[in-house]
Design a protein around this ligand. Structure first.
Ligand SMILES: CC(C)(COP(=O)(O)OP(=O)(O)OC[C@H]1O[C@@H](n2cnc3c(N)ncnc32)[C@H](O)[C@@H]1OP(=O)(O)O)[C@@H](O)C(=O)NCCC(=O)NCCS
Length: 157
């Protein structure tokens, strides 16, 4: 995604999301050095994803597919790409937030190994009132803490 894509991406966000980002939110992502991607068909933008990554932690900031193209595998493809990118950038863990009412995105994230670790109350402001967000986390590679536990118990005996 480049700055020239902000108009189109904002349009997708406006029609796809219950709590859409403003154009300035996308601009802030560029200013903050976030990793911003678009998915295209015949050079036409139909999806986008935004990832931030710092101190070995990734954060999926946003992901959306134009409603006309939803359910055709673009979300899955985009998420795979963002996860690959995060790992390449050195992330060991990746987080995201998703509305408690967004069962499609929640199911997609579960299928990629994300797990709910808590909720943020009233996180999203929607036309229908404030909604809680699920905080989800996925660890890349081996879960060292858990793997070491039996070893530590054996050593204590
Ligand atoms: C969430 C979103 C990105 C998923 O993208 P998508 O291209 O529609 O999803 P995919 O076609 O890749 O499908 C991914 C999974 O979602 C589920 N899914 C997709 N459309 C669905 C629908 N209409 N009803 C129920 N489940 C659905 C399926 O389980 C599918 O898994 P499968 O591949 O095993 O069948 C897209 O629906 C979207 O843009 N939603 C609005 C914005 C949003 O909610 N973003 C997430 C913010 S956290």
């Amino acid at each position: 995604m480049g700055p020239d894509d902000i108009d189109k991406v904002s349009e997708i966000e406006r029609v796809a999301s219950e709590h859409p980002w403003s154009k300035s939110s996308f601009q802030n992502c560029f200013d903050g050095g976030y990793h911003c991607f678009v998915g295209c068909i015949d050079e036409q933008i139909v999806a986008f994803g935004v990832l931030s990554c710092a101190v070995r932690e990734g954060h999926i900031q946003n992901i959306a597919v134009c409603p006309d193209y939803q359910g055709a595998g673009f979300g899955r493809e985009l998420l795979s790409m963002l996860l690959e990118e995060a790992e390449e950038l050195g992330a060991k863990t990746i987080f995201l937030e998703v509305s408690v009412e967004n069962s499609v995105a929640f199911g997609l994230y579960l299928s990629y190994g994300f797990r709910e670790i808590g909720q943020r109350k009233d996180y999203y402001k929607t036309a229908d009132g404030r909604k809680n967000a699920r905080i989800m986390r996925k660890n890349f590679g081996k879960e060292r803490g858990l793997m070491m536990l039996p070893e530590m118990i054996r050593r204590k005996k």
